[in-house]
Design a protein around this ligand. Structure first.
Ligand code: NDP
Length: 447
């Protein structure tokens, strides 16, 4: 009890020291709420103030990103990189380009990344970065000029042994290519391991593009297997239609499930025959169009402008768009409609009251920091290949990803059992992720 009070005091201090950063507060609260029993078992963590230290980023950089649009007008955006924790390895975490980006979003993502990266079992620390730049509607040349300006600041603080960014919302293969090109030019070095998510022709890894969606689907399959069930024959709803959503769709279909609804920030498509991956890839990855155009190719499908995807009845929900997209009300609707499992492809897509609804109803719930860890895990495999100047095949890399996701599930499941919350993978992920980082921080002394 004393320990829980102590954790509450640490949380209040985080809120006071980081005013207005509500997403960061939310992410910290969720982790801290799980740590009471850990402090009882490991009193030395309290003495060394590990929790207080873990909540304070090691370094935060904010910078100006000036660039010129196609009309010749000057535009100014803000760039961020929060290097949160390097106890387990070089800082690692994606870059997000979206107009909603501010320090609180980057800090929540960086904080989550520490524990996620720990769960993968690979030697990577936690970081996140990005900008309030909106790539939507911009020409390739505008995106290139922005990326070049962004890297002209970022290059000073990254490096293959220091900090290795990757993609996230709004940052895909095109952006990583421009960022890498500028880094190479500025440093006069072909340092392949400085970024992940690279194209296959210049040091990228097989399966990195697919990894987050595939990995999340593997995690859901493991949760279902734990209940002697599986994705085969299940109706699945996947929010978003970006990188994570597309490869979730592909893997769910490969495992015998059927994705019947997807979305973007404008609306929802429902295709009871199963969403067609080729069409979505063509629309989103090649032509950069909106999800509503899916119905031009599949007349039987329905588009609901401004619709709520969680109103669509399903067996399995896989939120893969953005934070806080599944509210308590949505969760209740999903439970009422018979949903038995949730796999978070996105980071923190379910609000705290939504998580409570799922857990109380006995829905299998795979939290993002475990379920979507496949992306960063495969990024670490990309770093490994770059360091060894190797390029592994698709099947070999996918098999490694699959095994990593099984291990992540196992770690979460065992930690949940050990600390008295069997079947609660939120508790399991937070505790298992934390203990490893805390041990490394203890070993390093007061740094
Ligand atoms: P993309 O940019 O490829 O796709 C994002 C998708 O989510 C788009 O369909 C977009 O719709 C939708 N979306 C984004 N923001 C909002 C919003 N505010 N409201 C409604 N819809 C929104 O990003 P990713 O697929 O890479 O990332 C999706 C989620 O997965 C994020 O939470 C990210 O942090 C997480 N993640 C990604 C990893 C990766 O490897 N890429 C790894 C681990 C987690 P629209 O086009 O209309 O904006």
């Amino acid at each position: 009890m004393v320990m829980v009070e102590r954790v509450e005091a640490i949380y209040q201090d985080v809120v006071k020291r980081n005013p207005g950063e509500v997403e960061f507060h939310q992410a910290v609260k969720e982790v801290l709420e799980c740590l009471g029993p850990v402090l009882v078992k490991y009193p030395d963590f309290t003495e060394a103030k590990i929790i207080e230290r873990i909540c304070e980023p090691e370094r935060q950089t904010i910078f100006r990103v000036p660039w010129q649009d196609d009309r010749g007008e000057v535009q100014i955006n803000r760039g961020f990189r929060v290097q949160f924790n390097s106890a387990l390895g070089p800082y690692k975490g994606g870059l997000r380009f979206h107009p909603s980006v501010y320090l609180g979003i980057i800090k929540f993502l960086g904080f989550e990344q520490i524990f996620k990266n720990s769960l993968t079992g690979l030697p990577i620390g936690g970081a996140k970065g990005g900008s309030d730049f909106d790539p939507k509607g911009k020409s390739d040349n505008e995106v290139m000029r922005f990326c070049q300006s962004f890297m002209t600041e970022l290059w000073r603080i990254i490096g293959e042994h220091t900090d290795v960014p990757a993609g996230d919302i709004g940052v895909g293969g095109r952006e990583i290519g421009y960022l890498f090109g500028q880094y190479k030019r500025l440093t006069n070095k072909f340092e392949a391991g400085v970024l992940t998510g690279k194209g296959l022709v210049y040091g990228g890894s097989q399966v990195r593009t697919e990894a987050t969606g595939y990995g999340c689907t593997y995690f859901v399959e493991e949760m279902l297997k734990g209940k002697k069930n599986g994705l085969k024959g299940k109706k699945v709803v996947v929010s978003g239609s970006g990188n994570v959503a597309i490869y979730t769709l592909e893997k769910v279909h490969q495992l015998g499930g059927k994705v019947i609804a997807m979305s973007d920030s404008n609306g929802v498509i429902v295709d009871e025959r199963g969403c067609n991956i080729e069409t979505i890839q063509q629309l989103k990855e090649v032509e950069r169009r909106r999800i509503k155009d899916y119905c031009d190719y599949h007349r039987h499908a329905k588009y609901i402008h401004g619709g709520n995807i969680w109103d669509v009845p399903c067996d399995v929900a896989m939120p893969s768009a953005t934070q806080n997209e599944v509210t308590g009300k949505d969760a209740k609707k999903l439970v009422k409609n018979g949903c038995i499992a949730v796999g978070e492809g996105a980071n923190m897509p379910t609000t705290p009251d939504g998580v409570q609804v799922f857990l109380s109803a006995g829905v299998l719930f795979g939290p993002g920091k475990a379920a979507n860890a496949g992306g960063v895990a495969t990024s670490a495999l990309e770093m490994q290949q770059n360091a060894g100047r190797e390029a592994w095949g698709f099947e070999e890399t996918d098999a490694k990803l699959h095994q990593i996701m099984k291990n992540v599930y196992q770690l979460c499941s065992e930690a949940a059992d050990e600390f008295g919350s069997p079947g609660n993978f939120v508790v399991g992920a937070n505790i298992a992720g934390f203990i490893k980082v805390a041990r490394a921080m203890s070993a390093h002394g007061l740094v």
